[in-house]
Write a protein that binds this ligand. Structure first.
Ligand code: WTA
Length: 684
């Protein structure tokens, strides 16, 4: 039996949708769109690869122009735009001053509705980025190539921090604010950060959370893993007030506003970085326990983020663009910060939860700011549809364009988004991509293609996917599901896993590579870890992960990470985590634990498991159920059959289990979870 059979993948529990009717983009959208030339696909064909990507690189200002488009000598770590020198902060800020000095770069909406919005013009952004860069240089001694971890909520100080670091060539590693201090500490240690930048508190769902308390935990965790954090810089959410209960640690903790006092009016020259120097790390869950730091380049990444923002997000400088993701995820990096700001857009940021204080909130914000491009995840669309299906109609806003990202969207939910939120006029793009890929891989080009609910669409210009079966044979259009891979490199592709090149090659390139010595990109198809089907019209439908990753509300969680958190509970001997279909979140983890001999179960153990998951990872990983089972269903060689547990959790038939070592336990667990009778009905 292969390992594949022991696990259950998201793809295996994917709902099978039928072929859907297409929707045409509105004439009014097409009339103003950035990309209306179908020849773009010819220009970006494999015959013109890699030179075609010059078109994206030329959206940027280069301090020194590059000479080699793609260098494959270090395959499969690709180097793009070699010889080029560039600064990301300069491209997102300085170069817009001449034309757009007084234009809003960032509009920040605090969660409390009575707190005024904060509007930061490009000039103001320039001043704040420079002054903070001076703090980082002078008070922290940071220089190009150093790493800094950022653990902050959705406040304008977050992009300011990123851009200030990028100005110095310091590699930033933003950790999602909702992650626990422990999760943050592990990422600090892995990246070797000596400085942590955080905030004292923020609003979430009507309460001011004490975020600063996570910093102590993070520093302790990093120390235990051998990494000393020398300085913790703390932004204050409320001017002149400190909202945390935690005491400042002398000689380690500093209020940013106080350090800034000394830097009034200081300007810092942007450091010209090599195109292939890293801009940032973004940690994501993988198939083994440890999160991996995806390393993104400066020139290639920024070119790809800018190009896709321009053509797929259809951002013009006069647009008001709102992406409701968190900057702590790749979506926020590429499509709140780097892409939109590289194009001199107005990027809206919202501090809080979409449904606070009610499901009309996003539409009030859209109305008030006259947002015309809206970007969110299916999980949020499902939530808003459930909580306030008629809310969008009550507000006078008009989107020309909307995006969905992060997980498959059900056609029914897509149609609500289209008719109610888009009011039947907005073009929708369903963008499929990953932390690793820097930008979109598949999406319709909004003015060129019809939209098909539930399908991401054709590949992006210059992206050439192939669906392989397990043996490496390409699956033809109209065929069955398989592993979707990308045949060619592209500028947004990550360069390596920080500090673990072997794991990088193994995880992403080994599966379909035939010659590990090859320097030819054709020998290195990129393995995405997703299953997909390709319809005869050239549209891809993504089914979900084929590995041990669960996509919960659009956030990637490794089952191994969850299982190790369960094992921290003293009574727990074994743990297995499986994905369960969920109406709002897409997938949620169901947890099965077996106890050590002589240990008693009950609510204490269940609560212990939940608590351990929350402190090791964060609340987003909260399980659906914790089932305490007498024993795990196992093969005769002792491997836990997660597939069987997943069938039980998803209300499905468990199939033939007679070859297991302990078939009786399966029925016992089934009754515990599904109740008496036969649960053949599939959920979702
Ligand atoms: C899934 C988020 C279906 C997919 C940008 C991928 C999607 C994982 C879509 C990456 C989509 C992302 N349709 N599935 N439009 N977009 N996914 O790294 O399984 O947080 O591998 O990047 O999300 O998640 P990540």
């Amino acid at each position: 039996m292969s390992d594949q059979d022991l696990n259950v993948t998201e793809a295996q529990i994917a709902v099978h949708w039928q072929e859907e009717n297409k929707f045409q983009p509105a004439a009014s959208f097409i009339a103003q769109a950035n990309m209306t030339d179908p020849n773009i696909y010819k220009r970006f064909s494999l015959d013109n690869f890699p030179e075609c990507f010059k078109e994206y690189a030329d959206l940027l200002d280069w301090e020194q122009y590059w000479h080699t488009t793609l260098d494959t000598s270090d395959a499969p770590s690709w180097k793009w735009f070699v010889g080029g020198k560039i600064n990301a902060s300069y491209n997102c800020v300085d170069r817009h001053l001449e034309e757009h000095r007084n234009k809003a770069a960032i509009i920040w909406v605090p969660e409390p509705e009575d707190e005024p919005h904060v509007v930061i013009t490009y000039q103001e952004l320039y001043v704040r980025v420079n002054e903070f860069a001076a703090v980082l240089r002078d008070s922290c001694g940071l220089k190009a190539g150093d790493r800094v971890t950022i653990h902050m909520p959705m406040v304008p100080e977050l992009p300011i921090t990123m851009l200030a670091l990028a100005r110095l060539g310091v590699i930033h590693s933003v950790v999602f604010g909702g992650f626990s201090g422990k999760a943050c500490g592990e990422r600090i240690a892995d990246s070797g950060s000596k400085v942590l930048i955080t905030m004292d508190g923020y609003n979430r769902n009507g309460t001011m959370l004490d975020h600063r308390r996570k910093a102590d935990e993070a520093v302790e965790t990093a120390k235990a893993e051998g990494q000393d954090v020398e300085k913790v810089l703390i932004w204050r959410r409320m001017r002149g007030e400190y909202v945390s209960e935690k005491k400042m640690v002398k000689g380690r903790d500093y209020f940013v506003d106080e350090l800034l006092q000394k830097q009034k009016g200081v300007r810092v020259e942007p450091v010209a970085m090599n195109a292939e120097d890293p801009l940032f790390l973004m940690y994501t869950s993988g198939t083994t326990g440890k999160p991996k730091g995806c390393q993104h380049s400066t020139g290639g990444y920024l070119a790809y983020a800018a190009g896709t923002s321009k053509f797929v997000q259809d951002i013009h400088p006069e647009d008001v663009y709102w992406c409701m993701a968190d900057i702590g995820w790749i979506t926020g990096h590429s499509y709140i910060v780097y892409g939109p700001l590289a194009l001199a857009a107005t990027s809206v940021m919202y501090e809080g939860v979409p449904g606070f204080p009610d499901a009309g909130r996003p539409w009030r914000i859209a109305e008030q700011l006259n947002v015309n491009i809206f970007h969110t995840a299916p999980t949020t669309v499902r939530m808003l549809r459930k909580a306030g299906p008629a809310e969008p109609a009550k507000y006078n806003f008009k989107f020309k364009h909307m995006t969905t990202v992060g997980e498959p969207i059900e056609p029914e939910v897509w149609r609500w988004y289209y008719h109610e939120v888009g009011k039947g006029e907005a073009a929708i793009v369903d963008t499929w991509w990953q932390t690793e890929t820097g930008g979109f891989l598949c999406s319709t080009m909004p003015a060129l293609h019809a939209m098909k609910p539930g399908s991401a669409g054709p590949a992006m210009p210059g992206i050439h996917p192939v669906i392989y079966d397990e043996d490496g044979n390409p699956v033809p259009p109209g065929g069955t599901a398989g592993n979707i891979c990308i045949q060619n490199p592209w500028p947004g592709a990550f360069q390596t896993i920080w500090g673990d090149q072997d794991r990088f090659v193994r995880t992403y390139y080994e599966k379909y590579n035939k010659d590990p010595e090859s320097k030819d990109w054709r020998d290195w198809p990129y393995f995405t870890g997703d299953a997909a089907v390709l319809a005869t019209d050239g549209y891809y439908r993504i089914l979900g992960r084929v590995d041990d990753v669960i996509n919960v509300a659009g956030h990637r969680l490794g089952t191994k990470e969850l299982e190790s958190a369960c094992l921290l509970v003293d009574a727990v001997a074994e743990a297995a985590v499986v994905p369960v279909a969920d109406e709002i979140k897409g997938r949620v983890p169901d947890i099965y634990v077996a106890l050590k001999p002589g240990k008693r179960g009950g609510k204490r153990v269940q609560d212990g498991v939940v608590e351990s998951i929350e402190t090791t990872i964060g609340k987003i990983a909260r399980p659906n159920n914790v089932w305490i089972v007498p024993d795990m269903p196992k093969t005769r060689s002792g491997k836990i059959m997660r597939r069987v547990l997943a069938s039980i959790s998803n209300g499905r038939d468990v199939g033939d289990v007679t070859t297991l070592a302990n078939p009786d336990v399966v029925e016992e667990i089934r009754v515990m979870v599904q109740g008496e009778g036969h649960g053949e009905e599939a959920i979702g």
